[in-house]
Every structure is written in structure tokens, then in C-alpha cells.
Design a binder for this molecule. Structure first.
Ligand code: UDP
Length: 329
């Protein structure tokens, strides 16, 4: 039976991965480490499984006498406005967090890490294969995230080379879906939450910059297969994402069509905003045969919109309940 530690398990992707881990019969305990910086306990509030333990703590500070068969290191904000606000904390979570968690792995255990397509920077080749070394600025505004992911990759691949550490490293392309914070700031969730509140969608620059938008269920299926389900020799890095490239403006326009009365407002471009991003999935096809990002963004956006609506309705009814209760006192 396996003991699994997930850092960042209360986050958007982390909580979905925990759901997937708890479906395993060979897991004895799942320990989630999360400081609730961008994650939320609400993301795991539906879980009543006694194998789940949540520790509210910075990943770089977490200490325990327990040792784990599998460590999955996901703790880090992934939204540019969030990681730009506290860059040192981002570097600590990724790099110091990985160094700390390595001490908690039992000998022969597996260390999994969610790196990012941001390691490709503003790419000069498209699509980006894992062999592409990227066009990244280590003094730029995105460096805390890009470079701490790159440094953690280096730490893990070098540990594998020097001491045979069993690792799995994925590079996640843009992911979206239910359990993204309303104030997360990334494109899809921002557009949806703006459409439902201010009715004005903020598109930075001309909106012609592209991304490859991966729906959460597809992304989690790839992680579950690569991290524990499939027996693969390949350790990474593995691109995980939808390879259909769509401009930011197209996504925003699609959402305005779903919610009549909403409009697009053009904002100044974000400094060093990558112009394009699309995964080369050649290695993915070999390593996880049959995996595809099945959910097109039109469908994924609809599901995410439904979830945001439900969240808003729940919040409003909680506020109304509280007001009624106060009036009654
Ligand atoms: N973006 C935008 N409006 C927003 C949020 C994001 O135009 O309200 C753009 C952003 O400038 C970038 C793209 O959408 O070009 C994707 O941004 P996101 O923060 O989702 O992820 P990134 O790939 O930049 O990390």
C-alpha cells in the first residue's frame, strides 16, 4: 500500500489530482500540504475519504517523521498576476519546496513534478517539442515562475542522473476548468468571471497572442497515467496540453457570444507576454498512447461557465441567508 504526498493539493489542478488518487485501491494515505495561498479548502470539501489528511503549511517548511512512496510536487501559483506579486515566495515554493520534499521520499520512491510550458518562454519555434530549450529572460517579470520551474527540473533530472532518483516531470500548457479561483486572473477564468459580474472582458494587447487551452479533465487523465497508472520507461519532460492553438481574442469573443450583453475591452499588452504556445505531442503519443485532449475549448468553457454560475448562486444564497438571520435576531 502506498503513502502519497501532494503539495498544492488544495489548488485548482491539485485538488482534481487528489480526487483521482483517491480512486486508487493501492493508496493507504494521501497527505496534502497546502498553505492556502492560491488553493482553498473548499476544493476538497466534498471528500469524505478517511485516507485524506490535509496539512496547512508552506511546502518548504513541512516536516514529518513519515516517509512517502510517491511525492507529487504541485505547490506554486500558476497565474501571472499572482506569481508576479510575490516572486520570492514562488521561488521558495518551487525550489526549496522540492528540496524539502526530496527528504520525505522513501528510498526508491517516486518524485513527480508539474513543470510548465513557461520553460519555453516566448518560443521561437512552434509547436514546442520537449527538446526546445526556450527563449526565457531570467531577469524578466515572469522569471520567478519560469526559472524556478526550470531550476526544479534541473534539480530532479540531475538527481536522477547522479543517484538514480525515480522521477516524472510534466510541462503543463494552459489549463482551465472548475475550481479555478474567481480572482485567479488567468484568461479563461477571468473572462468568465468578468462576464458574470462587470460584463467587460479585459483582453491584453490585440488579443492575437495564442495559447493551447486544455480542459482540466483531460490534463488530469494525462497526469494520472504518467505519474502512476501506466508503466512507462520515459521520465520526462513530457508536454501535457491541448495542441489546438486558439487566440486569446477568439476565446474572449466566444464567451461574449455565450453571454449576450458582455463586451471586450482592450487593455495595454502585458510586458513579455508570450506571443504563442502550442505543445508538440510527438513524445506524448509514444508514452501515453491513445491520450488526447478531447474536450474542445467551446465545450470546456461551457462547463466552466456552468460551474462559476453555481458557485455564484451558492455565494449569493449564503449572503441572503446571513442577512435574513441577522434581521431575525
Ligand atoms: N489575458 C488577457 N486578459 C486577461 C487575462 C489574460 O488578455 O484578463 C491574456 C494574457 O495576456 C495572455 C493570455 O491571455 O496573453 C493567457 O494568459 P494566462 O494568464 O491565462 O496564462 P499565461 O499563458 O500567460 O501564463
Amino acid at each position: 500500500m502506498n503513502r502519497v504526498l501532494v503539495s498544492g493539493g488544495c489548488g485548482f489542478l491539485g485538488s482534481h489530482l487528489v480526487d483521482s488518487l483517491l480512486l486508487r485501491a493501492d493508496v493507504e494515505r494521501v497527505v496534502v500540504i497546502d498553505n492556502l495561498w492560491t488553493g482553498a479548502l473548499a476544493n476538497l470539501a466534498h471528500v469524505s475519504d478517511s485516507r485524506l489528511f490535509i496539512e496547512i503549511c508552506d511546502v518548504e517548511r513541512f516536516a514529518t517523521a513519515d516517509r512517502f512512496d510517491e511525492v507529487i510536487h504541485m505547490a506554486s501559483p500558476a497565474s501571472p498576476p499572482w506569481y508576479m506579486r510575490e516572486p520570492l515566495r514562488v521561488i521558495r515554493a518551487n525550489v526549496e519546496g522540492a528540496l524539502n520534499l526530496l527528504n520525505l521520499l522513501r528510498p526508491g520512491g517516486r518524485f513527480c513534478f508539474t513543470s510548465t510550458s513557461e520553460v519555453y518562454g516566448d518560443p521561437l519555434v512552434s509547436p514546442q517539442p520537449e527538446s526546445y530549450r526556450g527563449s526565457v529572460d531570467c531577469t524578466g517579470p515572469r522569471s520567478s515562475y519560469d526559472e524556478s520551474k526550470r531550476c526544479t527540473e534541473a534539480l530532479l533530472f540531475e538527481s536522477q542522473r547522479v543517484s538514480g532518483l525515480d522521477i516524472r516531470v510534466v510541462r503543463l500548457f494552459n489549463a482551465y476548468g472548475p475550481r479555478t479561483r474567481a480572482d485567479d486572473g488567468r484568461a479563461v477564468s477571468n473572462f468568465i468571471s468578468q462576464a458574470l459580474t462587470s460584463r467587460m472582458l479585459t483582453v491584453h494587447g490585440d488579443g492575437l497572442q495564442t495559447r493551447s487551452w486544455g480542459y482540466v479533465d483531460d490534463i488530469i487523465e494525462a497526469l494520472a497515467r504518467f505519474f502512476w497508472r501506466d508503466a512507462c520507461e520515459y521520465r520526462g519532460p513530457l508536454n501535457v496540453g491541448n495542441n489546438r492553438e486558439v487566440s486569446v481574442l477568439d476565446v474572449a469573443t466566444h464567451i461574449t457570444k455565450l453571454l449576450p450583453g458582455t463586451r471586450i475591452k482592450f487593455m495595454p499588452p502585458v510586458p513579455q507576454d508570450p506571443t504563442n504556445r502550442r505543445p508538440d505531442l510527438t513524445i506524448m503519443k509514444r508514452v501515453l498512447p491513445g491520450w488526447t485532449a478531447d474536450v474542445p475549448y467551446e465545450e470546456g468553457v461551457r462547463r466552466t461557465l456552468d460551474w462559476f454560475r453555481l458557485q455564484m448562486a451558492a455565494r449569493e444564497s449564503a449572503i441572503r441567508y446571513e442577512e435574513d438571520r441577522r434581521m431575525a435576531v
